[in-house]
Design a protein. Structure first.
Length: 252
C-alpha cells in the first residue's frame, strides 16, 4: 500500500511538471506574438547626428520612459514659441529591427533651452503618421539623455530641417481626405495594434518557438523511462523505486 501511495505521488509530480511546462509554452508563445519594438533609431536632421539603441541597453528603457505613453495628448499643434526654435529629434522605434512601430518627433530646443519639451507621437503606423502632441514630464532629464546620446550638436552644413508633423488627417467615412492607393508593385508592411507585424517575413518570428522546443526536450528526458515500458512494467518501475535498494521485483 505504501508503494502504491508513493507511485501515485510520483505520477502526480510528473503531471504537475507537465502542467507547468505547458503553461510556460503558452506564456512564451503569447508574449512573442504580442510583439513590440526591439530597437530605436535616434536622429538629429539639423546636426546630421544619429545613434541607435537596442532593447537591452539601459538608455533604451530610459528614453522610452521619458517620452511618455502613446495615445495621450492633443491633436492640435502647440504654440510655435514653445517648440524651442523647432529643433527636431526623431526617435523611430522598430519591431524586429525592420518594421517601423512608433515615431516620436521631439522638440527639445537648442543647447541651454529650459522651456517645455514637446513631443509628437505617432503610434499607429499602419494607418499613417497621425499622432498626439504632449509635453515631456521631465524635460531637463530628456535633454540630458539626448545630449548623452550625441544628438544635440550644432547645426551642420550637411544637415537639413526635419519633417514637421502634418495636421491630423481624418480617415473617417465621408472625409475629404482620401489616402492614396498603394502601388501595385509595393509590398505593404503593416504593424497591427496588437503588435503582430502582418507583412514581416516568417523568419522574423522564429524565436517565439524556443520555449516550446525547450519544454519538449525536458519532457522527453523526464518521460523516457516510462515510455519505453508497458503499463505493468511502469507500475513495477515506480514500485521498485519506492521500495528501496534492498528489495527486488521478480515475475511469478
Amino acid at each position: 500500500m505504501r508503494g502504491c501511495r508513493r507511485g501515485a505521488r510520483e505520477l502526480a509530480s510528473l503531471t504537475g511538471a507537465l502542467t507547468v511546462l505547458l503553461a510556460l509554452m503558452v506564456w512564451g508563445a503569447s508574449s512573442a506574438s504580442a510583439g513590440g519594438p526591439t530597437s530605436v533609431l535616434v536622429t538629429s536632421p539639423q546636426s546630421a547626428e544619429a545613434t541607435a539603441l537596442y532593447y537591452a541597453d539601459e538608455e533604451y528603457g530610459e528614453l522610452e520612459q521619458l517620452l511618455g505613453p502613446t495615445g495621450k495628448g492633443t491633436r492640435a499643434q502647440p504654440p510655435e514659441r514653445e517648440l524651442g526654435g523647432e529643433r527636431q529629434i526623431n526617435a523611430t522605434w522598430m519591431a524586429h529591427d525592420i518594421s517601423p512601430w512608433r515615431v516620436d518627433r521631439i522638440f527639445p530646443g537648442y543647447s541651454g533651452s529650459r522651456g517645455p519639451v514637446w513631443i509628437h507621437t505617432a503610434a499607429d503606423m499602419a494607418h499613417g503618421m497621425n499622432g498626439y502632441w504632449h509635453r515631456a514630464e521631465h524635460p531637463a532629464q530628456l535633454r540630458a539623455l539626448l545630449g548623452k546620446l550625441g544628438v544635440m550638436g550644432e547645426d551642420a552644413d550637411a544637415g537639413y530641417g526635419g519633417i514637421f508633423p502634418a495636421p491630423w488627417e481624418s480617415q473617417e467615412p465621408g472625409s475629404a481626405s482620401v489616402p492614396p492607393a498603394p502601388a501595385a508593385d509595393t509590398a505593404a508592411v503593416r504593424v497591427g495594434a496588437s503588435g503582430a507585424d502582418e507583412g514581416t517575413e516568417w523568419w522574423a518570428h522564429w524565436w517565439w518557438a524556443l520555449p516550446g522546443v525547450a519544454a519538449g526536450a525536458v519532457l522527453a528526458l523526464v518521460l523516457r523511462p516510462l515510455a519505453s515500458q508497458g503499463p505493468v512494467n511502469r507500475w513495477r518501475w515506480l514500485r521498485g523505486r519506492s521500495s528501496g535498494p534492498g528489495q527486488e521485483l521478480r515475475d511469478v
